[in-house]
Ligand binder design. Sequence first.
Ligand SMILES: [Zn+2]
Length: 107
Amino acid sequence: MIIDCANDSELAAELGTYLKNHYIDVRIGDASVITTESNLEEIIKSFLEETKRSGYSLRKIDPTNILLAKEVPIENFGFFRCEMCGYVVSNEEELLTHRRAHGIQLL
Ligand SMILES: [Zn+2]
């Protein structure tokens, strides 16, 4: 699995330490890219919660690539984004409909 921290080397270093503390073998390469043998989606979510990086989101680009980056506030341009998967819709009603697809009622 490859975790791309979008050139945020501070984030990459902190996440690398966090994962090592959880006994996960990781390599931090150039350009803030972390490679690992394990599937880390869940633990990265915990990392973002524990370090209170609420402005960051985890995007699964494909089964082995994850992009970890700060949210761009597209909401300011009249779009709405699903908090859970990053899906973008053009109005709030569409977003509510989309959220139901995740099977969870949000606040
Ligand atoms: Zn969604």
